[in-house]
Write a protein that binds this ligand. Sequence first.
Ligand SMILES: Cc1cc2nc3c(=O)[nH]c(=O)nc-3n(C[C@H](O)[C@H](O)[C@H](O)COP(=O)(O)OP(=O)(O)OC[C@H]3O[C@@H](n4cnc5c(N)ncnc54)[C@H](O)[C@@H]3O)c2cc1C
Length: 402
Amino acid sequence: MKIAIAGAGIGGLTAALCLHGKGFQVEVFEAVDTLQPLGVGINVMPHASGVLHGLGLGDTLDDTAIRTRAIEYRTRFGHLIQSDPRSVEAGFEFPQYSIHRGELQFLLLDAVRRRLGAGTVTLGKAISGFSQDEGDVRVLFADGTAANCDLLIGADGFRSKVRQQLHPDEGPAHYEGTMMWRGANLQEPFADGRTMFIAGDHNVKFVCYPISGRASHEGKALVNWVAEVRHDQPRAADEADWTREGDRDFIASFLAFQMPDLDIAQLLRNTHKITQYPMIDRDPLPWWTRGRVSLLGDAAHPMYPIGANGASQAILDAKVLAERLAEQPGPEGLIAYEAIRRPITTNVVLNNRKAGPERVLDIAAARVKGPEDRIEDLISAAELEEVAASYRQVAGFVRKAV
Ligand SMILES: Cc1cc2nc3c(=O)[nH]c(=O)nc-3n(C[C@H](O)[C@H](O)[C@H](O)COP(=O)(O)OP(=O)(O)OC[C@H]3O[C@@H](n4cnc5c(N)ncnc54)[C@H](O)[C@@H]3O)c2cc1C
């Protein structure tokens, strides 16, 4: 059985590896002529990192990425509101990794080329659409050529052409009203060199974590950051480009942030390349699969990058897709895959619109008014744990008892 995948992103490449592991023949068609290590930091949550370990990529991840110890939620004054552990030491079977998106993509691409063959991924092949009958799928490309396969998986990201053909009346994306500026700077480590923190509140927020295993082995840190400022009301919007150069006006919003272990203003000023990207998602779809065609990753369930779940949910899709197709190799397998993954990811998309685990920031911002305030006088531990535990449940990762 030959399976075509549209898109050599994190989801498409992981799907290629998982499907190959189950004995399927796979071809990946990627729109861009040359893959470049674009983007900045991304997180692979413990359950998704288990999938990558299962694919034999654990050692490479340990060389390349950072094993995240915990996500700390902090006030803008630097108080620790809550520390949400993510490590093996804290009871997860597999670690959370913080990694450069481009490095993760290239690590997967390398594994695909070595295991499935150098010709498995064809670059410069943008899918423009498809036709299908009971027997097979004809994949149509923007260059006027076509290819036949048994199944087609649209892993072609936020602007998926496969999704567009399946749901032509969907309309524009949903903009939260928040702009995100991103960058990374090589410098001295902060905290223990394995900590991710999220500080501020829903309107002005700073997310920061180290992403390079290589830098860490040399006693340095490649510090990835995302600065978010809400400046608009939620509305329909479609303009977004991961490579758009960011302005620097937003830095003013973060000058008053006081972290005990990191000078945020200096980090922002020292960062050479800054990009900006709006916080956008799409409404969950009522279905993903028609006949021999289905969707995966951002093409299926684009979500706000809250709870750092975009890459992880794409990786989990890939695993379930391969498992279900191994049991039922054909359209029934696609239906079985969707039956498991669509309800789960729908829940994550909707929960992220309500700020997911970051709700603790707004609880604290409403009560903590200055650096002298004491968190423990203002918020109970039980209230905080309830938010974290309910999101772990939604996103699907749980700790063993420790
Ligand atoms: C350039 C870029 C930079 C990013 N940077 C970040 C970041 O810094 N931080 C972060 O959290 N997330 C980032 N993301 C998003 C993140 O990668 C995804 O949310 C997540 O990894 C899910 O992956 P995915 O494979 O579903 O989608 P994506 O990673 O978006 O991959 C989709 C792939 O499909 C290809 N494609 C698109 N249209 C077609 C077509 N018609 N035919 C064939 N191929 C097509 C794209 O070129 C891309 O390689 C970035 C995405 C991109 C594309």
